[in-house]
Design a binder for this molecule. Structure first.
Ligand code: NAP
Length: 293
C-alpha cells in the first residue's frame, strides 16, 4: 500500500513544536525571534509567498517585519535596507523574496545579508558550510525534502538517492545534504540533468527519487523503481484536461502511474510545498538561538 506523504500535516507538526519553542524563548529572553521579509515589485506569486510567510510568523509567535518596495527600487536602496536589517537586533532572520527585478543584481543582495541571519540559506558562507557538512542555516526547500525523506524512507544509510535537476536552490543542495556522513543522510547520490541522454537509466535505480526539473510529468511510473520513495518538488501550471478554460497545478512526476510503484510519494500540491515555510520559520528560531547563545 503506497503511503501518500502528507506535507501539510508534517508542516503543521513542525509549526506546533516551533510555537512551543518560541514560547520558551519568550520566557527566557523576554522577546521573540524576528523575521524580516523584503519584497521588491508587484509579482503576484511573490506577494502571495510573502503574505504566507507573515501568516506563518503570526501562527508560531515570531515577530514579522515586512518591507514591500516598489519595482523602481534601485540596488543601492535595497542594499541599504539589508544593511539596516543586518544591524537591527530585533531582526534575527532576513529573507529577500526572489526573483528580484532585472535591474538588481541578486547575487550582490544575497551576499550582503549577514550569514548568521541568512534564513533562506543561500549565502555562499552557508553554502560552503553545507558542502563541508558543518552546522549552518540550510536552504528551506531542500531542508523540507530531507525532513520528508527522514520521516518516510526508514533507514537511509547507503540508499541510492537520485536527484533530477541541479539548480542552486533545489537540486544541488539536496544532493549535497544527502551524501553527508550523518544520521539524516549518508546516501549514495546521483544527480542527473538535461545532458543525460536518458534520465530513466538513473531514475530506475533510485531507492529515493527527488525530482526538481520544473517540467510537468518528466518522470512517469515506468521510470520508477518498485518500492522507491518519490519526492516531487515540481510546481507546474498546465491547462486542465477536464476543462480547457481552467488550469491546474501538477508536479514533475506523473502521480497516477508512479504512485502504485512507490513505497511513499508526495502529492502536488500538498507535499514538498508546505514544508518550505515550516523550514523558514524553523531557521528563524535557530538563528535567534545561535545569535543568543
Ligand atoms: P530550475 O532552476 O529551472 O532547474 C531545473 C533543473 O532541472 C535544471 O538543472 C535542469 O537541467 C533540470 N531539468 C529540466 N528538465 C529536465 C529534464 N527533462 N531532464 C533532466 N533534467 C531536467 O528549477 P528549480 O528552481 O530547481 O525548481 C524545480 C521545480 O521545483 C520547479 O517546478 C519549481 O517551481 C519547484 N520548486 C518548488 C518549491 C517548493 O517549495 N515546493 C521550491 C522551489 C522550487 P539543466 O541544469 O541541464 O538545465
Amino acid at each position: 500500500m503506497t503511503q501518500i506523504i502528507d506535507g501539510k500535516k508534517i508542516s503543521q507538526e513542525i509549526r506546533d513544536s516551533l510555537k512551543a519553542r518560541v514560547a520558551e524563548l519568550k520566557k527566557k529572553y523576554n522577546r521573540v525571534p524576528g523575521l524580516a521579509v523584503v519584497l521588491v515589485g508587484d509579482d503576484p506569486a511573490s506577494a502571495v509567498y510573502v503574505r504566507m510567510k507573515g501568516k506563518g510568523c503570526d501562527e508560531v509567535g515570531l515577530k514579522s517585519f515586512q518591507h514591500i518596495l516598489p519595482e523602481s527600487t534601485n540596488e543601492k536602496e535595497l542594499l541599504d535596507l539589508v544593511e539596516g536589517l543586518n544591524n537591527n537586533p530585533e531582526v534575527n532572520g532576513i529573507l529577500v523574496q526572489l526573483p528580484l527585478p532585472k535591474h538588481i543584481n541578486e547575487l550582490a543582495v544575497i551576499n550582503a545579508i549577514n550569514p548568521d541571519k541568512d534564513v533562506d540559506g543561500f549565502h555562499p558562507v552557508n553554502t560552503g558550510k553545507m558542502v563541508n557538512g558543518d552546522e549552518c542555516l540550510l536552504p528551506c526547500t531542500p531542508a523540507g525534502i530531507q525532513e520528508l525523506i527522514c520521516r518516510y524512507a526508514g533507514d537511509i544509510k547507503g540508499k541510492h538517492l537520485v536527484v533530477v535537476g541541479r539548480s542552486n536552490i533545489v537540486g544541488k543542495p539536496v544532493a549535497n545534504m544527502m551524501y553527508q556522513k550523518n544520521d539524516r543522510a549518508n546516501c549514495v547520490v546521483t544527480i542527473c540533468h538535461t545532458a543525460a541522454p536518458d534520465i530513466s537509466v538513473y531514475t530506475k535505480q533510485a531507492d529515493i527519487l527527488v525530482v526538481a526539473a520544473g517540467k510537468p510529468h518528466v518522470v512517469t511510473g515506468s521510470m520508477v523503481k518498485e518500492g522507491a520513495v518519490v519526492i516531487d518538488v515540481g510546481v507546474n501550471r498546465i491547462p486542465d484536461p477536464a476543462d480547457n478554460t481552467k488550469t491546474k497545478i501538477v508536479g514533475d512526476v506523473e502521480f497516477d502511474s508512479a504512485a502504485p510503484k512507490a513505497k511513499a510519494i508526495t502529492p502536488v500540491p500538498g507535499g514538498v510545498g508546505p514544508m518550505t515555510i515550516a523550514m523558514l520559520l524553523s531557521n528563524t528560531v535557530k538563528a535567534f538561538e545561535q545569535q543568543n547563545s
